[in-house]
Write a protein that binds this ligand. Structure first.
Ligand SMILES: [Zn+2]
Length: 323
């Protein structure tokens, strides 16, 4: 029963079911070629030797998405019992976090400027939503930067309430349940990093965020830029894919492959005003050793140069505002 756990999606943007297949994930691919999951995990979540999941392109609007989503791939990770052993996050503050500090500073500055007076009059504090919070690193940053009311929402994270209570800043309101968090709406700042490529219904998730934001509030979004048209041959011909390889972002847990302009159109259609939109590499900061640091810096320098020349690299970032 290889179709157990599979759900068919129509186009995530226009709803059409007229599509062409671009790439098909197979059991063989996940157990032999793709080296970022253990073959045991693939069996554990219910893939059988004949299970497949395909990335398609909508013939009507051009959106790229996974049509037959194997739901277990993503959700199995979120179903651990609450009593499970709680450990500190291994990843800690990563390079993206360093970038995030800058972004949060900018957004908090913007919002303090635009609504400071109003907030002081109404004794209201900024409400900060970390959408797709994972281990809560961004929520911690927000707390460290002085935000009092921080809400962390993530339906699929392996991290539990007990993890948040033990390892994160006190006072962060965490839940896997959207309703539980949205009852604190409206939010004045929303941040989501590497979330939308995972969501089953990205358009409606964006709409529900929009509906739960205050007027004039800001939303910072970063998505990996998975340019399958450019990388398809590499993907098809790969013998082994490791975490260091750029094409390691193609796996059944990533189910939306919207290109930067498609994502921009989507947020604009929902009603957001796009203030800033960039496609860029990670910033050159924080690595464990000097050697690694220099190596990665030079790589990033090259990527930055590509970006300045208008050659898109591996990340898209948006700052949008609810008008
Ligand atoms: Zn479409």
């Amino acid at each position: 029963m290889s179709d157990n756990g599979k759900v068919i999606r129509k186009c995530i943007i226009c709803g059409s079911d007229d599509y062409e297949i671009i790439f098909t994930f197979t059991y063989e691919f996940l157990t032999n070629t793709y080296k970022n999951v253990s073959p045991g995990y693939v069996d554990e979540i219910g893939w059988m030797p004949d299970t497949t999941s395909s990335i398609v392109r909508c013939r009507k609007c051009g959106s790229i998405y996974t049509r037959d989503v194997f739901v277990g791939y993503e959700r199995a990770k979120g179903n651990n019992p609450l009593e499970e052993d709680v450990r500190a996050s291994k990843t800690g503050y990563t390079i993206q976090m360093a970038e995030c500090v800058g972004i949060l500073h900018s957004i908090l500055f913007l919002i303090q400027n635009s609504s400071f007076q109003q907030m002081r009059n109404s004794q209201k504090y900024i409400k900060f939503l970390d959408f797709g919070s994972g281990s809560g690193a961004i929520s911690n940053l927000a707390c460290a930067m002085g935000v009092r009311d921080v809400y962390a929402l993530d339906p699929y994270t392996i991290y539990q309430k007990t993890f948040y209570e033990k390892y994160n800043f006190p006072g962060i309101v965490f839940s896997r349940d959207k309703e539980e968090i949205f009852k604190y709406a409206p939010f004045d700042v929303v941040v989501s990093s590497s979330v939308f490529e995972h969501l089953f219904d990205p358009m409606n998730e964006l709409i529900s965020i929009y509906d739960n934001m205050s007027k004039g509030s800001f939303f910072y979004i970063t998505n990996p830029f998975m340019d399958i048209d450019r990388e398809i041959n590499q993907l098809r011909n790969a013998k082994a894919i490791y975490k260091k390889d750029i094409i390691c972002h193609y796996h059944p847990g990533h189910i939306n492959y919207l290109k930067p302009k498609q994502f921009k159109n989507l947020v604009e259609n929902i009603g957001f005003e796009v203030l800033s939109f960039s496609v860029k590499p990670h910033v050159p900061l924080t690595k464990h050793s000097i050697k690694q640091h220099l190596y990665h810096n030079s790589v990033r320098f090259a990527k930055t140069a590509f970006n300045l020349l208008g050659v898109p690299y591996n990340r898209q970032a948006f700052i949008v505002r609810k008008k």
